[in-house]
Design a protein around this ligand. Sequence first.
Ligand code: MRU
Length: 344
Amino acid sequence: MTVETLRWRNGQLEMIDQRCLPAVIQYLSYSDAQSVADAIRQMVVRGAPAIGVAAAYGVALEAQKFMSLDKVSFDKRLADALGALSGSRPTAVNLFWALDRMRGQLLEAIKKEPAEIAQVLLQEAHAIYNEDIDINKTLGAFGASIIDDGTCVLTHCNAGALATAGHGTALGVVRSAVTAGKKITVFADETRPFMQGARLTAWELSEDGIDTTLITDNMAGHFMKSGDIDVVIVGTDRVAANGDVANKIGTYMVAVLAKEHDIPFYVACPLSTIDLSIATGEDIPIEERSADEVTGYGGVRWAPENIKVRNPAFDVTPARFVTGLITEKGIIYAPNEEKLKALF
Ligand code: MRU
């Protein structure tokens, strides 16, 4: 897979514009925190781990840009940058996890000069980027070990290379299984309303030559009933301490259907996505996005003017529907509070 979701080039962050994929492949350049926060909000970059990595670079960019300011002004700039980035999207905990790491480095280096602090912050952003790829490869190998040759995987949304620094989480499991020599086929839900499945998952898997079939979200039950699907693997934006899983809207529906049809439902989940500070999924903040995403797409409107719209971007799947969390520390079957606490 050659697609680079984010890359550091000539002192700037470049991100592939995921709003235009797969029709247009273009990279946009960023040189400060506010523009990165805007890119996260507008979905230039999306997917929990990728948002975290982008935010880390946002802090590093701000430090680079303002390192010649006096110390008081520099510190204020960085505090504002952390605030702007943390306000960009509410559900994916990786954003806050990455910003906490950046804040930790900043506090440790607080007595140093701005130029030195900027260097420390850039190194930390690079570390978060590199670790993300390593983690995805590790959890991918764990996941691949439980997938048989000839398996058909159903996935929802995009938890692929495009949602991470590389390799992917749910699609990382697929990639690792394919690399291990297994013949894996994928059914990709299109994922209304933002079409991450149709535009992103279908594209990145096809680019890799992985046998992929695109279906609309309301076909998942039909294909489970007809025996076409062997396993469901999705990503996640935040897992509560009791194992409840927030992921792209529609995931809950898929999990309930999987249980009815005795199909295992796995969640690929780096530890940075587990939020032990939140007791249950009820407490996970669910982003509500613009009505425009539901009333039409790409400038075409199909719904009547003034119709009432709801557009929650995520839903919560209770832990009882989860066969296992695939993490970089192994597979946590029937996740619960005790098992999740033991991971840390
Ligand atoms: O709104 P998005 O596209 O950011 O939502 C992405 C998802 O829901 C993914 O499944 C999740 O972030 C996991 S990505 C490894």
